[in-house]
Design a protein around this ligand. Structure first.
Ligand SMILES: Nc1ncnc2c1ncn2[C@@H]1O[C@H](COP(=O)(O)OP(=O)(O)OP(=O)(O)O)[C@@H](O)[C@H]1O
Ligand SMILES: [Mg+2]
Length: 365
């Protein structure tokens, strides 16, 4: 917040200070702004009036304590007999606080009231500064997480393309070459050895293809989330021999979202399913991807062993990056991430991303 904002007195804040001070001191109290206009007063009808004595001094730059006599009260507008003390904050006079009554008795009260107001302003400003620091820290964290995810996604995309375009092509050429070679040799033993080599390379090609898809499915970029999710689930179900039902609600195969939304939901699906394969001992999984008016919701439920989702209570929680990563990704969109798990019954994770979000945070990947 600019320094200026700390330096002017907020009328509401001034009025509550006046009420507190007047109640504590059992005196009539008023506060003017830095031009001598009464912004808060125990006698509410005075608010908005110019305190002529304060205004004259403030415009002349006379920042010091002054008293108002019974004669002044007759000559000047908006004044009451009493003592007025400048309120100094951040080396600037932000206003004047006046306590009415006999000047001699009012003086110590007025000084006390001014110090009280200054202390309140100081603590208010410190609180504001703390809030700003906290907000900046949070924003920095968001930028940092965003950057890590974007670099990671770029890197995965690059490696995936390389595996797909270079490595897979070379392995395919080797397979074709070995096939030709197998037909050229005359000895059965040699042919069998070449065929074994060819099968080995074919297995490696499959593994490379799988790795490329895990890293960054080209399907996701080309055909979108619905098609890529369906394909991922089909492969997963086959690989782990777990029955998976996937439902798309209000979604067609052609439906596209921004690349950030698509990759986020895809990664969450990937991590949730990987967790089930690794930890859940489940026999059935239900995946639902639902489009509501302004949000996209992914739900993944399993009938596995369940766990305590308050994993901060677990000793090696710092190693559990999967759940942390899902949560962080959703929070970048100001979405909602939740885990419900019952020991012996299963787990459900829900990731909800708002689609019409404020353009507050710049996303780079
Ligand atoms: N569906 C699930 N069923 C049962 N336990 C689960 C399930 N999902 C997560 N867990 C538990 O929560 C823990 C944290 O999961 P998380 O994905 O954060 O870490 P991880 O899978 O152990 O490691 P990684 O960082 O490789 O993902 C897991 O170690 C496991 O104990
Ligand atoms: Mg995990």
């Amino acid at each position: 917040m600019p320094k200026e904002e700390f330096q002017s007195l907020d009328p509401k804040f001034a009025q509550s200070l006046v009420d507190i001070v007047a109640c504590e001191l059992k005196k009539n109290v008023n506060i003017t702004d830095d031009r001598g206009v009464i912004i808060a007063s125990f006698s509410k009808e005075r608010v908005g009036q110019v305190h002529e004595a304060a205004a004259q001094r403030l415009t002349a730059g006379k920042i010091q304590e002054f008293s108002v006599s019974a004669e002044d009260e007759l000559k000047l507008r908006g004044v009451r007999r009493g003592v007025n003390v400048p309120i100094i904050f951040a080396d600037r006079c932000v206003g004047v606080i006046g306590v009415t009554g006999d000047p001699e008795t009012a003086a110590p009260y007025a000084r006390l009231a001014a110090r009280f107001v200054e202390a309140a302003l100081e603590s208010n400003a410190n609180r504001e500064k703390l809030m700003i620091a906290l907000k900046e820290k949070r924003e920095l964290h968001t930028i940092y997480v965003n950057k890590i995810i974007s670099i990671q996604e770029e890197e995965r995309k690059k490696i995936s393309r390389e595996l797909h375009d270079e490595t897979s092509q070379s392995l395919t050429s080797i397979i074709v070459g070995l096939r030709v070679l197998a037909e050229m040799v005359h000895s059965t033993a040699e042919r069998e050895q070449i065929i074994r080599m060819r099968d080995l390379v074919a297995g490696t090609l499959e593994a490379v293809h799988h790795l490329a898809v895990e890293l960054r499915p080209l399907l996701l970029d080309d055909l979108g989330l619905v098609v890529a999710a369906q394909k991922y689930v089909d492969n997963y179900s086959q690989q782990y021999q777990i029955a998976v039902d996937i439902d798309f609600v209000n979604l067609s195969r052609e439906q596209r979202f921004s690349p950030e939304v698509e990759i986020t939901m895809y990664r969450i699906l990937q991590e949730a399913l990987t967790n089930i394969a690794k930890h859940a001992q489940a026999t059935h999984i239900q995946v639902v991807l639902r489009l509501l008016r302004y949000k996209l919701i992914l739900t993944v439920s399993d009938n596995g062993i369940g766990f305590n989702p308050d994993f901060s209570a677990q000793p090696d929680s710092d190693k559990c990056l999967g759940i942390f990563g899902m949560k962080e990704r959703v929070e970048l969109f100001e979405g909602v991430f939740a885990i419900k798990s019952v020991i012996g019954k299963g787990t459900e994770i829900v990731a909800e991303i708002p689609l019409k979000q404020k353009k507050k945070k710049k996303r780079i990947w």
